[in-house]
Design a protein around this ligand. Structure first.
Ligand SMILES: NC(=O)c1ccc[n+]([C@@H]2O[C@H](COP(=O)([O-])OP(=O)(O)OC[C@H]3O[C@@H](n4cnc5c(N)ncnc54)[C@H](O)[C@@H]3O)[C@@H](O)[C@H]2O)c1
Ligand SMILES: O=C(O)[C@H]1O[C@H](OP(=O)(O)OP(=O)(O)OC[C@H]2O[C@@H](n3ccc(=O)[nH]c3=O)[C@H](O)[C@@H]2O)[C@H](O)[C@@H](O)[C@@H]1O
Length: 394
């Protein structure tokens, strides 16, 4: 008799009521933050098989070992660098669907390693697109909300009433322009490379019939995002804001607000966002040919407000009192170096994803920070104490 888990999984149907066939998915960048959550979801709740490609597998080790896991045999890890590995085409050919997550995607790299950033986000993705197109394989490609760049409203005078009009700031997949800074502002190397790969994929769809979906994530956050400097990443490394602020909180240091923390972001819980990706995987007729914003327009804060909320939540979940000086201002030049620039505001329009997939985010910013910071505290607090206690070598 089939187990209740597997019979429940085999009875699953898509949004149009058709049974979902198990797929083989070539997931490139499966060992990263988003990949690890997607692998977890697909193993726990579906019957799909994953060929997981990455240079690292630390974040999915718990899904690969031991041999008696319920999904044993449905996920296999292939350690490879897509820059130079002849196995890539074969693995794409063996699959029904390719999901490409591989990228350099931390802002601290965009202006300091612009060549690596452009190669990673454009050149290295080219063979993936080509192999999918030539072999008639479906592609879900991860782009970014950064392709929108700055809002139209950011160019209006500070006191202009038009700044309050959503037409000047809400970001729509099929209408909003992509507004980047000058070439000296190398921050935009990432957004520009992502924009060009989006255009190439779109053109492959238009001219050669490639079946594609492009995902534009808006600040997905949660457990396993990036690294804590000096614990599971380089001491001098600068991860994305959730990990930067977590690191400050774990060490009892003030949180650093770049240029006063005035930029605005909308944060979505990784588990909500993964639901959207699962809908795309399992509803190709509704997802193919579309570009989807995936974010939570209800969770907007300035970076300063995010810092203040994280300080409160961390204190609640850890029992540790916040430092006397909870935040400090730092210039972007000091923090990121020459060539940094910023997106002012990022509110996703949700019309297309709502219409095609009926998806909506559920988790409030407070709740997602509570579960994420509980994880950060449990995972890192002891390790940080040891790092801090270590005598510094002369
Ligand atoms: N997390 C977000 O909120 C967010 C927002 C916007 C866009 N994205 C996009 O989503 C994708 C995944 O983001 P993430 O947050 O999981 O990042 P991540 O850095 O955690 O994951 C990327 C993974 O790709 C792997 N990788 C990079 N280059 C590779 C190569 N040449 N060969 C093999 N593997 C390689 C890395 O080792 C890493 O495990 C990226 O394309 C990113 O640009 C993420
Ligand atoms: O997550 C996304 O949707 C996209 O945006 C991110 O870009 P950004 O939001 O600017 O990156 P974060 O590092 O998360 O920074 C958010 C804001 O916090 C600020 N910040 C960051 C770190 C810090 O310690 N202090 C601080 O004030 C930054 O200057 C920025 O204004 C990254 O480019 C990508 O991962 C992704 O494509």
């Amino acid at each position: 008799m089939a187990s209740s888990a597997s019979s429940a999984a085999s009875a699953r149907v898509d949004l149009d009521g058709n049974p979902i066939k198990p797929l083989t998915i070539c997931m490139i960048g499966a060992g990263g933050f988003i990949g690890s959550h997607l692998c977890e979801k697909l193993m726990n709740e579906t019957q799909h098989k994953i060929l997981a490609l990455d240079v690292y597998n630390d974040k999915i080790k718990h899904l690969l070992e031991p041999d008696n896991l319920p999904w044993h045999g449905r996920i296999t890890f292939h350690r490879l660098n897509i820059k130079h590995d002849s196995r890539l085409e074969g693995l794409i050919k063996m699959s029904d669907l390719t999901i490409n997550l591989a990228a350099i995607c931390t802002p601290a790299d965009y202006n300091t390693r612009p060549l690596d950033t452009i190669y990673s986000n454009f050149i290295d993705a080219l063979p993936v697109v080509k192999y999918c197109s030539e072999n008639n394989k479906r592609l879900i490609h991860f782009s970014t909300c950064e392709v929108y760049g700055k809002t139209i409203g950011s160019f209006l005078p500070k006191d202009s009433p038009l700044r309050q009009d959503p037409a000047y700031y809400v970001l729509k997949e099929d209408e909003s322009p992509c507004i980047f800074g000058s070439i000296e502002k190398q921050r935009w190397s990432y957004a520009c490379a992502k924009q060009l790969i989006e255009r190439l994929i779109y053109a492959e769809g238009a001219e050669n019939g490639l079946e594609f979906t492009i995902v534009r994530p808006f600040n997905w956050i949660g457990p396993r995002m990036d690294f804590i400097p000096g614990v599971d990443g380089p001491s001098e490394g600068v991860p994305r804001v959730l990990a930067c602020f977590s690191n400050n909180l774990l060490r009892g240091e003030p949180l650093k607000l770049v240029d006063g923390g005035q930029s605005q972001r909308t944060f979505v819980y990784i588990k909500d966002a993964i639901e959207a990706v699962t809908l795309m995987i399992e509803n190709p007729a509704r997802a193919n040919g579309h570009i989807f914003n995936v974010g939570n327009p209800n969770n907007e804060v300035t970076v300063r407000q995010l810092a203040e909320m994280m300080i409160k939540v961390y204190s609640k979940v850890s029992g540790v009192q916040p430092p006397e000086t909870p935040t400090v201002d730092v210039s972007s030049k000091e923090f990121y170096g020459e060539g940094y620039d910023d997106s002012d505001k990022r509110i996703p329009d949700m019309t297309i994803i709502n219409r095609q997939l009926g998806w909506n985010p559920k988790t409030s910013l407070w709740d997602l920070l509570e579960s994420t910071l509980t994880y950060q505290h449990r995972t890192y607090a002891e390790a940080i104490k040891k790092v801090i206690a270590k005598p510094v070598a002369n």
